[in-house]
Design a protein around this ligand. Structure first.
Ligand code: SAM
Length: 292
């Protein structure tokens, strides 16, 4: 595939269009209030989960009611900013001590959004292999418990204003395992590509030194945000928002796919510095790749 600039892009590749970044230090609720209503096509974000995670500056230990009340304040802003056919992908995880949190949050947000899809972000999985054995892929944080299982997934809730936002399902398409389906189903129109469905295996990249390479306790992989952007549709995503930027993995995804414009907020200056560094390092690297 080629864009107007003549650069090649596609799965895992880099678009040469330069994204205009607006990455701001400060509280996202106040920050979003300063943006124009209905100016955002796509939101991909992961807020603090209120699970007592040790962030640099933010305290993740509110009581349940205060946390849910606060969540309504940022969700109200996202609701105000989203264009009618926009998508809001909300990544939230749970903990054994707090298994209902994602569901309680989503029930609260029903006053603003329709839950159009629920996606399971699979971080680690074990599958049968062809020798009759099993193989494991991905990473997870082991839980030392006689009661609770290791937690190998999180949610990505796809929220929209009316539940009718069209998606580019085949942008994340996968080939049919049974090729006879191509002829059997008329909707395939002869193409060997089916909708991936709502289970996404997206492992973290393997790193050697966490402090240096991923200095944040709760990130998502760039690929998770890439999937969300592609599913919403590249041509329909002009301006993207992440109110809880962390290390800026959503911003790097936007750059990788050559989105026109990205706005993000982060309350911690160390994380924001790292996010800005990643965006410019990535931009510098991709200019090198594109110009070869
Ligand atoms: C779960 S992390 C997001 C991580 C991000 N998705 C990544 O991959 O790096 C949530 C982030 O929200 C930030 N944060 C907390 N309260 C905030 C607020 N009111 N406004 C902006 N950022 C906030 C925290 O400092 C933390 O970095």
């Amino acid at each position: 595939m080629t864009n107007e600039g003549g650069c090649t892009f596609g799965f895992g590749a880099v678009n040469c269009r330069v994204t205009k970044f607006d990455l701001r230090l400060g509280d996202c609720v106040a920050g979003m209030a300063s943006l124009k209503a209905k100016s955002i096509d796509l939101v991909v974000t992961s807020p603090p989960y209120n699970l007592g995670i040790r962030y640099g500056k933010f305290s993740d230990t509110a009581d349940r009611k205060s946390y849910l009340d606060w969540s309504e304040t940022w969700a109200a802003q996202i609701h105000r900013l989203l264009r009618p056919n926009g998508s809001f992908f909300l990544n939230v995880g749970a903990a054994p001590s707090n298994p209902l949190l994602p569901h309680e949050l989503i029930l609260r947000l029903r006053k603003f959004f329709v839950l159009q899809n629920t996606i399971h972000w699979i971080k680690a999985i074990t599958l049968p292999n062809e020798d009759g054995g099993e193989m494991s892929r991905g990473h997870f944080k082991p839980i030392n418990s006689a009661r609770f299982l290791n937690d190998c997934h999180e949610y990505v809730f796809h929220l929209t204003l009316e539940g009718k936002t069209p998606l580019d399902r085949l942008a994340l398409g996968v080939p049919y395992a049974d090729k006879s389906n191509i002829a059997r189903w008329r909707h395939t129109r002869g193409s060997d590509l089916r909708c991936r469905g709502n289970t996404w295996f997206v492992p973290y990249e393997t790193i050697q030194r966490r402090e240096k390479e991923r200095p944040h306790p709760a990130t998502f992989p760039v690929q998770l945000a890439v999937n969300c952007i592609q599913l919403h549709g590249l041509t329909r995503t002009k301006r993207m928002l992440d109110p809880f930027l962390g290390l800026g993995n959503s911003a790097v995804a936007a750059r990788r796919l050559g989105l026109t414009s990205f706005v993000g907020f982060e309350i911690d200056d160390d994380y924001l510095r790292e996010a800005k560094g990643r965006c410019s390092r990535f931009a510098a690297r991709s200019v090198g790749i594109d110009s070869q």
